[in-house]
Design a protein around this ligand. Structure first.
Ligand code: UD1
Ligand code: UDP
Length: 412
């Protein structure tokens, strides 16, 4: 009998990170029967990714409402995903990450007593209000999960520290690196995109994104003022800021930054265009989870606009720095990278610590073995290991020490 799997997505990062998993499940169609649920938590921001990766949802639940509340969104996802599960009768529901779609879908599957496979499991900031509500969402999913697909050794250690049995954890790498590799090196023209007219090679491009709930209001305002300070101070830079569709983000950003010289506010970009912008950027300022994981592939230093991150690997290896949202810190840290060549060079070397492009294969292989009650879920030598040359000046032993410290902190 084939293993029946539902993959649930609803937001932009879920579509991008599940694309290759869905492709791999489809490739192994002699073993799997698959249905894709699109909750519709995002109505437009992920359409281009679905098109790009030729994903046609089998269930479109259309839950998005303008300026939706977390509670009403959760209730709609819970109800509609349960209904889809009872129609498709899967053996496993795969969810990705920490969104309301992931949490409420896992809960719906659990209520139906269907096994949950959690992709990108075990990331922890240890502060349930940063990121909000994602830290709690991700932890709540863990409680209901049958297989934990931890992207890195650190995320595995976080789960072990919480008492998750090691035989239920597979270290896979992050699927976003698979997606980036699948795009390849194809040059992409900015003509007829939201970037049309922005010079690619004259001056330095600073890429900015920010959308987290915990930053709405004052923090977001300070960040906007810092961006104005930076263009005033550095005449050779242009800031490109694709603005998230959340109205709470748009109102502040548009009010403070519209019509500012050398600050380009754009609509959300389709994935290929966004990755092209990332390649052409000198520096990245972001609170996005996915962009923190993507930038190291292109050697782009990241200043993380958050108080804490659940993805500390890049900062542990010196490719990113967590700087918070104060105006002073943003100006100071960006200033340093724009003026100090050694500091810049130091942050732009090394391989991506989040994945090697084979995460989706590992996930699907583990689901296949689980469905055949084979153990282990994946042989240890097939799991994702940190690349040997993560950073020229930071050896793997440094990482192990940091990971051990993080795991210990979790037990305290
Ligand atoms: C959501 C996720 C967040 C993730 C982010 C990725 C939750 C609680 N939050 O945040 O973890 O990092 O997506 O982008 O799951 N909107 C549109 N069109 C769209 C998408 C959004 O108009 O295609 C507007 C709507 O008014 C919507 C609002 O944005 O009500 C908020 O969307 P929502 O998914 O609730 O939160 P995000 O801030 O997008
Ligand atoms: N992204 C995109 N277009 C944009 C901004 C981001 O395609 O205009 C991609 C980005 O490459 C990454 C993902 O969207 O893969 C991140 O989404 P987001 O920042 O919305 O969510 P998070 O990762 O913080 O949950």
């Amino acid at each position: 009998m084939k293993c029946r799997v539902i993959a649930v997505l609803g937001t932009r990062p879920e579509a991008i990170k599940l694309a290759l998993v869905i492709q791999e499940l489809r490739r192994r169609s002699d073993e799997f029967e698959i249905a894709v649920i699109h909750t519709g938590q995002h109505r437009t921001m992920l359409d281009s990714a679905l098109k790009l990766f030729k994903i046609k949802p089998d269930f479109d639940l259309d839950v998005m409402r303008p300026n939706q509340t977390l509670s009403s969104l959760t209730a709609r996802v819970l109800d509609t995903v349960e209904n889809a599960c009872s129609r498709f009768q899967p053996h496993m529901v795969l969810v990705q990450g920490d969104t309301t779609t992931a949490f409420a879908s896992a809960l719906a599957a659990y209520y139906c007593k269907i096994a949950v496979g959690h992709i990108e499991a075990g990331l922890r900031s240890r502060d349930i209000y940063n990121p909000f509500p994602e830290e709690a969402n991700r932890r709540l999913v863990s409680v209901m999960t049958e297989i934990h697909f931890a992207p890195t050794a650190l995320s595995r250690d976080n789960l072990l520290a919480e008492g998750v049995p090691s035989e239920k954890i597979v270290v896979t790498g992050n699927t976003v690196v698979d997606t980036l590799r699948a795009l390849g090196e194809v040059p992409h023209s900015w003509e007829h995109t939201a970037l049309e007219g922005i010079p690619q090679n004259h001056g330095r491009l600073v890429l900015v994104t920010s959308h987290r709930r915990e930053s709405w209001g004052t923090d977001q305002e300070h960040m906007c003022l810092a961006l104005k300070d930076l263009v005033t101070k550095h005449h050779d830079i242009r800031i490109v800021y694709p603005v998230h569709m959340n109205p709470n983000v748009r109102s502040t950003v548009n009010a403070l930054l519209q019509d500012t010289e050398r600050i380009h506010l754009t609509e959300p970009l389709d994935y290929i265009t966004f990755v092209s912008l990332l390649r052409h950027s000198f520096l990245v300022l972001t609170d996005s989870g996915g962009i923190q994981e993507e930038a190291p592939t292109f050697g782009k230093p990241v200043l993380v606009l958050r108080k804490v991150t659940e993805r500390p690997e890049a900062s542990q290896f010196g490719m990113a720095k967590i700087i918070g949202m104060s105006r002073e810190a943003i100006v100071r840290e960006a200033d340093r990278l724009l003026t100090d060549t050694d500091a810049y060079q130091d942050m732009s070397e090394g391989e991506n610590p989040y994945g090697d492009g084979h995460s989706s294969e590992r996930i699907v292989e583990a689901v296949a073995r689980w469905s055949q009650t084979k153990t282990p879920l994946l042989e240890a030598d097939k799991e994702f290991k940190l690349p040997p040359r993560v950073h020229p000046r930071r050896r793997r032993s440094d990482f192990s020490q940091n990971a051990a410290k993080a795991a210990t902190a979790g037990k305290e």
